[in-house]
Design a protein around this ligand. Structure first.
Ligand code: NAD
Length: 358
């Protein structure tokens, strides 16, 4: 499998985004977001999304250089319309506004409507946590056929509606924990990555078109046939439904029942809290460290090497991939190069950006 440096993949993503017309800052934010997703092990939300984004751009469903429009401003409550703009930039800007408000007021609620795909939600958790703030986000996914079956259903009714919580360690630091997850048992992109590698998905993650369990991701990825399961039985299913209502239905966004244009639209309701308004930061930090140390100290169950907290696997993967490079399967790489070629970027030019595939 080709192994690429973060830098070369960022150059490749930047070239493709500028080819569809994104201004430099937008292309830079997008490229860095995608490569961070690869670095943290979330290939489903990394550069492998570029072919989809190129299709969305061609179909007018991803609008480069869109302005984030403030719809309402009630001090601690901000509502933004993203108008299918490049989601990574729209969400980054909306969260930056939330950070400013939460610092001034102690807390802020940010609603982001109708963005094109905003990618790895953990990126916004990290953004807020580095500013010293707690971050809780509910996100919905609309504009395409539902792909997640709620608990007890044989058919899909929801998107993979992610949920994220970041607890800051301190300003300028990486979060103490970063819980960042789809509310499906596996993210759709993980089924795509499995299909591209010719692998099966874990048992319990997927239903076939008759609602029976399957591990073959092909029909779901190629034809949206069947359904991913919601994680955690009725409880995870309930959280997925809460995401749909909070991130879209109550903020004037696009829900899963709205007319579809076969793009990807994310809505997000994010809550940012300055923990310094709740308790003395020194005390909180000591408590956070004590609780996490206690959890990590549990003896591992059979089959586990250690107990981890949310964000641990990504931290380890990031260090490893920065040192050793990012593996990218041939099929994904070919799809990206073809997407670039469709925008007029010559294969040789793109391959040169990759700086020699290892
Ligand atoms: P995942 O299952 O890999 O991880 C989910 C969470 O569990 C993470 O916080 C991780 O740190 C934690 N975790 C993983 N292994 C662990 C272990 N052994 N012990 C303790 N904690 C552990 O993630 P996912 O659900 O596949 O989601 C992947 C990405 O997809 C996320 O970044 C999410 O934001 C993104 N996503 C985006 C959209 C969208 O529409 N924008 C939709 C769905 C998912």
């Amino acid at each position: 499998m080709p192994v690429l440096t973060a830098r070369s993949l960022e150059d490749l993503a930047f070239a493709i985004a500028t080819a569809w017309g994104s201004a430099e800052e937008e292309a830079r934010i997008l490229a860095s977001h995608l490569v961070e997703a690869n670095l943290t092990g979330h290939d489903s939300h990394g550069v492998g999304m570029l072919p989809t984004y190129v299709r969305l751009y061609r179909e007018g469903l991803l609008i480069p250089n869109q302005k984030l429009t403030p719809i309402a401003d009630a001090g601690a409550v901000l509502v933004f319309e993203a108008g299918r703009g490049v989601g990574q930039k729209m969400a980054h800007e909306a969260v930056a506004c939330g950070i400013e408000r939460a610092r001034a007021l102690g807390a802020a609620v940010v609603a982001l409507r109708n963005s094109s795909h905003i990618g790895r939600i953990g990126a916004y958790g990290e953004q807020a946590a580095r500013a010293g703030l707690v971050f809780v986000a509910f996100v919905n996914v609309a504009d395409h056929d539902p792909i997640v079956a709620p608990f007890g259903a044989a058919r899909a009714r929801l998107g993979t509606n992610p949920f994220c919580v970041a607890v800051p360690a301190g300003p300028g630091e990486e979060p103490a924990i970063l819980l960042d997850m789809a509310t499906s048992t596996i993210a759709f992109g993980k089924a795509r990555v499995a299909r591209n590698k010719g692998e099966a998905v874990p048992e319990g993650a997927l239903l076939d078109r008759d609602g029976r369990p399957t591990t073959d991701p092909g029909p779901m990825v190629d034809r949206f046939e069947g359904a991913l399961t919601a994680f955690g039985l009725h409880k995870g299913s309930g959280l997925a439904i809460a995401c749909e209502l909070l991130a879209a239905a109550i903020i004037g966004g696009q829900t899963i029942v709205a007319p579809m244009r076969h793009g990807i639209v994310n809505g997000m309701l994010a809550i940012l809290i300055d923990p310094g308004r709740l308790a003395a930061p020194v005390h909180s930090r000591t408590q956070i460290e004590a609780v996490l140390a206690w959890i990590r100290s549990a003896p591992p169950a059979p089959g586990f090497d250690r107990v981890r907290v949310p964000g641990d696997p990504e931290r380890v993967m990031r260090a490893q991939r920065l040192a050793q490079g990012i593996p990218l399967d041939e099929r994904t790489l070919t799809e990206i190069l073809e997407a670039g070629a469709s925008l007029g970027l010559a294969d040789a030019v793109l391959r040169a950006r990759l700086g020699g595939v290892q």
